[in-house]
Design a protein around this ligand. Structure first.
Ligand code: NAD
Ligand code: MG
Length: 389
């Protein structure tokens, strides 16, 4: 019986992880859960899975939850300390890191410090603190399993092969809902348009990141750390059908890919049970019914966020943390109606280029870069709003 903590259990990934776990009650036990705003869902999850601990960021929500759950044995905590406590429960072997954004960094770091294996969905943790995370994994002799479908595909395509034989990685990208729109047509798309992803059901932030292709940029940075390869060896292909989840090209020209119907349960289950595979209720991939599988090079002018992520990676140090912070602020601002879709990239660009890259050699250094990135981006949002008035 593998004992788990799920950070971000009320989200899209967290809920899918719990569905898998519920169907495999003889294999997994949940000892801790965390959520944020959807308190009624967290309450239902606590009643269903009876974890020892649960936590939310805010005290008010924790008090509401405590009241609602009187008589249950789950201890309810709050704040970053509460989230961290959920990540370090002593019997837990693996922590599913599925909080969205850099809010996931400290709890995930705490889990690694406590020697837990990590199933990582929270890509922002690697974007913000990639070298610190990878050092910690070596120091603690733990394992980090990718949940992101592209990275899971690469991880699967590397099994049985030598890392030194890899020529390059090819990350596939659906291109999101605006693949065929011109720059001019992208200017005034609404949050509703942007949230309508053609192939995947996901949380709001990653859905907007997919529409701008910042998601693929963050994934390039994530791949750089997970697979220890430079940016020049990580390419992106647009593949609108989302059937080939990513590929590894070897020095002899062989390309190994992982395919499947687009369902996050496949990579989540593989991370939870590696090297075993869990039987999932997912329809077979019917290749013959697919008209075609297409691939093309992304247009980095239209999808500037992808170019900016490569730029941050080349700049190194704390630049990816700044890029990520600016993007989080810009996406929130777009969702709240404060800025236009096309202004997301402008805010990220101006924040990134007005910041100095510092060595990302401590948690304090990356947290400070995150803080400064947010501050600069918020000012830019304010000045854009002032222009409109
Ligand atoms: P989501 O918005 O559906 O869920 C996010 C979770 O994080 C929720 O449980 C929420 O309560 C929690 N949360 C949000 N803000 C928080 C905060 N400040 N402090 C503590 N908890 C907080 O997001 P999602 O789509 O499940 O994505 C989660 C992560 O997985 C993201 O990093 C995303 O990039 C990654 N990911 C998601 C998918 C997908 O298909 N959804 C695929 C690959 C990777
Ligand atoms: Mg992905």
């Amino acid at each position: 019986m593998k004992k788990l903590a799920i950070l971000g259990s009320t989200g899209s990934i967290g809920s899918s992880a719990l569905e898998i776990i519920a169907a495999q009650a003889d294999k997994f036990q949940v000892l801790a859960l965390t959520g944020h705003r959807n308190i009624s869902l967290l309450e239902a999850q606590i009643r269903r899975f009876k974890p020892r601990l649960a936590a939310v960021p805010e005290e008010k929500a924790a008090v509401r939850l405590q009241k609602a759950l009187q008589g249950e044995d789950t201890e309810i905590l709050w704040g970053v300390e509460g989230l961290k406590a959920c990540a370090v429960v002593s019997e837990v072997e693996m922590v599913v890191s599925a909080i969205v954004g850099s809010a996931g960094l400290l709890p995930t770091m705490a889990a690694m410090d406590a020697g837990k294996d990590i199933a990582l969905a929270n890509k922002e943790t690697l974007v913000v603190a990639g070298s610190l995370v990878m050092d910690k994994i070596k120091e603690k002799n733990i394992r980090l399993f990718p949940v992101d479908s592209e990275h899971s595909a690469i991880f699967q395509s590397l099994q049985g092969h030598r890392k030194c034989d890899v020529r390059r990685l090819i990350l596939t990208a659906s291109g999101g809902p605006f693949l065929d729109r011109s720059l001019a047509q992208l200017k005034d798309v609404t949050p509703k348009n942007a949230l309508a992803h053609p192939n995947w059901q996901m949380g709001k932030k990653i859905s907007i990141d997919s529409a701008t292709m910042m998601n693929k940029g963050l994934e390039v940075i994530e791949a750089r750390w997970l697979f220890d390869l430079p940016a020049e060896k990580i390419d992106v292909h647009i593949h609108p059908q989302s059937v080939v989840h990513s590929m590894v090209e070897y020095v002899d020209g062989a390309v190994i890919a992982q395919l499947g119907v687009p369902d996050m349960k496949t990579p989540i289950a593989y991370a939870l049970s590696y090297p075993e595979r869990i039987c999932l209720d997912i329809p077979p991939l019917d290749l013959c019914s697919l008209e075609k599988l297409t691939f093309s090079v992304p247009d980095q002018k239209r999808f500037e966020c992808l170019a900016l992520a490569y730029e941050a990676l080349r700049r190194g140090g704390t630049s990816p943390a700044v890029l990520n912070a600016a993007n989080e602020v810009a996406v929130e601002s777009f969702l709240s109606g404060a800025i236009r879709f096309s202004e997301i990239a402008a805010i990220v660009r101006n924040t990134l280029r007005s910041s100095d890259s510092q060595p990302a050699d401590s948690l304090d250094a990356v947290l400070e870069a995150d803080r400064l990135g947010r501050e600069t981006a918020r000012q830019l949002v304010k000045s854009l709003a002032a222009e409109v008035v």
